[in-house]
Write a protein that binds this ligand. Structure first.
Ligand code: HEM
Length: 475
């Protein structure tokens, strides 16, 4: 009966593919998520597109993405592949792995993020301490225009460093800055048009110069981490784990002592899980913060009347704490609206079906790559009053109280939902609120608010195009 149904049910519809090229010629490689958004208007909320020879099923709109990722969490919960990543980590770590190895690494990473920080006072203290360093750097520019990228990346990255390695780094430590800068560069390159074409046709690899750069960066990051691990190994005290790496090494040793062979706690999983946490935990949060400051410079009324007034009234000049969030509904709404409109992970990270599934009347085969188009959720016209504007009132009721919105899904949903959501939300609140407590953000002299460019730069995540802002001290 099952196989008869499969014949009756059709695969999701989509534009007609050409041999070999598939729908490549229809795809804007600079902004593939916008092409997919357009196709969803024509073909509906579940459709098929061919990226070269590779078939991808796209999920669009809040209702469909939620139904797939939450109500069919198992079936849609495997990770899909990208050739460029496959070359690099061969299925290890937590971000690009599947099966038991993924399960163990995800569980272990979550427990340790909690133990070494996430959702706890300890991480709040770390974020507050780091924020003080960041504020000092901003002050050194004395209100003159500067690029916020590096200081924000370094501050955010140090939170993950404290959790993973057990210590923060100075912002002028070349070992640290090179690791952060290289990771940032990789995320940009992985989303470039030539790498997207490489992912479709891996045999062109030896002619793709960007791939050579990614390979070189990957090798340097691996080498540097192995150096950091060997230092941590030499000074390891099983009674006092300093961070994730220590906890992993202790678990590995214990398993070896009890004679358990082939455990997932091996050197490769250690290396790739650390690289995943570092990459996923730095760029995303730092990028969101930079969008937030840019939106504030562009919307001086929201910054001044709405946000600063609330912060001055509720906090004044004392230290911002997580506890304050419930008394700062407008600020919280601005942060949520920043995440919604910035849409930094427009297509989430590729998923894959773990079994055959019938979904919304269509048959999707096991092993099919699936893109949850988060753009279509965060900009869903049936969910948001002003999907394409910066409108914090999306998250406020008529009395100015904060309201949660179901279609707020920047961290995705279901089995693969962002593992660092709790930590990211804490960081966003403390960094953003503290920066706005200390500074007024404006465009550089001679540039009007309207001239600030909101076109995202190309990359695997969407960050603002290069720009400078003034941080005028107000405390
Ligand atoms: C996965 C967003 C911060 C670690 C993801 C995914 C998204 C996302 C969209 C893919 C989910 C899917 O496959 O459907 C964000 C955003 C962040 C953020 C918007 C900040 C504003 C962080 C932080 C960490 C982190 C701080 C590190 C602690 C991860 C990991 C995964 C992931 C490890 C892979 C989970 C898995 O495959 O099981 N994130 N993230 N993220 N994120 Fe985040």
């Amino acid at each position: 009966k099952g196989s008869r149904r499969k014949h009756i049910l059709s695969e999701p519809p989509g534009p007609r593919p050409l041999p070999v090229l598939g729908n490549l010629l229809q795809l804007d490689l600079k902004r593939p998520y916008l092409t997919l958004l357009k196709l969803s208007k024509k073909y509906g909320s579940v459709f098929t597109v061919y990226l070269g020879p590779k078939k991808v099923v796209v999920l669009a709109g809040y209702k469909t993405v939620k139904e797939a990722l939450v109500n069919h969490a198992e079936e849609f919960g495997d990770r899909g592949e990208l050739q460029i990543v496959k070359d690099f980590n061969q299925g290890h770590g937590v971000l690009w792995s599947n099966g038991d190895s993924w399960k163990e690494m995800r569980r272990f990473a979550l427990t340790n993020l909690r133990d070494f920080g996430m959702g706890k006072k300890a991480s709040e203290d770390k974020i507050i301490e780091e924020c003080d360093y960041l504020i000092e750097v901003f002050k050194t520019f004395k209100g003159e225009a500067f690029d916020t990228t590096q200081p924000i990346n370094y501050a955010v990255s140090n939170i993950i460093c404290s959790i993973v390695y057990g210590s923060r780094f100075e912002y002028d430590d070349p070992e640290f800055t090179s690791l952060v800068d290289r990771t940032n560069r990789t995320i940009q390159l992985v989303g470039s048009p030539s790498i997207q074409v490489y992912n479709m046709f891996p045999w062109i690899g030896k002619w793709v110069t960007v791939k050579k750069e990614i390979d070189a960066i990957g090798a340097a990051n691996k080498k540097q981490n192995l150096g950091l691990f060997s230092h941590l190994k030499e000074t390891l005290n099983p009674q006092m784990c300093r961070g994730f790496v220590d906890a992993f090494l202790v678990r590995k040793q214990n398993l070896e002592v009890s004679g358990i062979a082939n455990s997932h706690f091996n050197d490769r999983n250690l290396l790739y899980t650390v690289l995943n946490l570092f990459a996923a935990g730095t760029d995303t949060t730092a990028t969101t913060l930079r969008w937030g400051l840019l939106y504030m410079a562009k919307n001086p009324k929201i910054q001044g009347k709405g946000l600063k007034e609330e912060v001055n009234r509720e906090i004044g000049s004392r230290q911002v704490q997580i506890e304050d969030r419930k008394n700062l509904p407008f600020t919280d709404a601005v942060i949520h609206e920043t995440q919604r409109l910035a849409n930094i992970a427009p297509m989430a990270v590729p998923h894959k079906t773990s079994q055959d599934i019938t979904f919304q009347g269509h048959f999707i085969k096991k092993g099919t790559t699936v893109y949850p188009l988060l753009t279509s959720v965060l900009y869903d016209e049936s969910e948001w009053e002003r999907p394409h504007s910066f409108y914090p009132a999306h998250f406020l009721d008529k009395d100015g109280k904060f309201v949660k919105r179901d279609a707020f899904m920047p961290f995705s949903a279901g089995r693969r939902i962002c593992l660092g959501e709790g930590l990211a939300r804490m960081e966003l609140f403390i960094f953003f609120t503290s920066l706005l407590q200390h500074f007024r953000f404006t465009p550089p002299p001679g540039v009007s608010e309207d001239e600030l460019d909101l076109t995202p730069r190309l990359g695997f995540t969407l960050s603002p195009s290069p720009h400078k802002l003034c941080a005028v001290s107000c405390m």
